[in-house]
Design a protein around this ligand. Structure first.
Ligand SMILES: C[S@@+](CC[C@H](N)C(=O)[O-])C[C@H]1O[C@@H](n2cnc3c(N)ncnc32)[C@H](O)[C@@H]1O
Length: 254
């Protein structure tokens, strides 16, 4: 899959077979610069600790081939790889989203982004996932997460094809980490649009690894790219229906 997890460094194996930390850093700095190298190291550390700290299992990638997905869009789906949690958290801090609201992760997999989003006081956190096996793991993870973190967030895992998910009129932050190809995204955007017509409101669409989906986003004239954020090897584009520069041009009010 084309994900944003471009390895920070190409490593020569150490005598034990795996590259040493020092050799990875030495190779990374000239290629990526010091800042990126430090960011990638911080990303790797936080990813490594995430599951252990929260008592969940979100790290291992899963190919879609062996899963019992019944959707006709299965060939347009991308395999499960978790979000880089540190990059996501840094982005959420930067965005300064309003309190409350509802976060929806289209293609939530095992739920890594849902748990990372729970640091923000959302009313509800929704994961949409079409693979039954991943939904099951995600629900188990929700139970485990609740045992460790007694926050107010209400989690909801919806087993569905994202293309058919009926966007509800209180949902306002939509997250996409390289989940599927353009054709599915076009349907998702149509469903968000329908909800906005029923209930105009300000929405944010956060796209991690955005380039493959750019055409779909351009097809909606109400969507503006309002921010871009890179951390380590992760790149996010943020779209909204309200420009942070000129709110008067916007079609919808917050
Ligand atoms: C790259 S993973 C993203 C995982 C998660 N969002 C995260 O950030 O940690 C892509 C996920 O999208 C799911 N997916 C792909 N196509 C889908 C569709 N049409 N409807 C729902 N889920 C889909 C895959 O099963 C996979 O779990």
């Amino acid at each position: 899959m084309a994900d944003d997890h471009v390895p920070g460094v190409a490593c020569a194996p150490s005598p034990s077979g795996s590259p040493s930390l020092v050799s990875r850093v030495m190779r990374s700095v000239p290629r990526q610069g010091l800042r990126r190298t430090i960011e990638n190291a911080a990303v790797a550390v936080e990813d490594a600790l995430f599951d252990a700290v929260l008592g969940v299992e979100t790290s291992a990638p899963v190919e879609l081939d062996g899963l019992s997905i019944s959707s006709p869009n299965r060939h347009l789906g991308v395999s499960y790889v978790p979000t880089r949690v540190r990059a996501f958290r840094m982005l959420m801090r930067r965005l300064g989203l309003p309190y409350g609201g509802v976060f929806v992760d289209f293609g939530c997999g095992k739920g890594r982004a849902l748990f990372a989003a729970a640091s923000h006081p959302f009313h509800r956190i929704v994961g949409v996932e079409f693979a039954p096996e991943l939904c099951e793991i995600c629900r188990r993870n929700v139970d485990a997460f609740r045992c460790r973190r007694r926050g107010r967030a209400v989690f909801e895992i919806v087993e569905a094809d994202a293309a058919n998910y009926a966007v509800r009129d209180d949902e306002n932050v939509f997250f996409f980490f390289n989940p599927f190809r353009d054709a599915v995204m076009v349907s998702v955007l149509r469903n968000i649009d329908a909800s906005l017509r029923r209930r105009p409101r300000r929405v944010w669409l956060i796209v991690n690894n955005p380039r493959d989906l750019e055409a779909a986003f351009r097809s909606r004239d109400w969507l503006m790219r309002v921010d871009e954020y890179a951390y380590g090897s992760s790149l996010f584009w943020i779209y909204s229906n309200v420009s942070t520069v000129s709110k008067t041009r916007a079609r919808y009010q917050s």
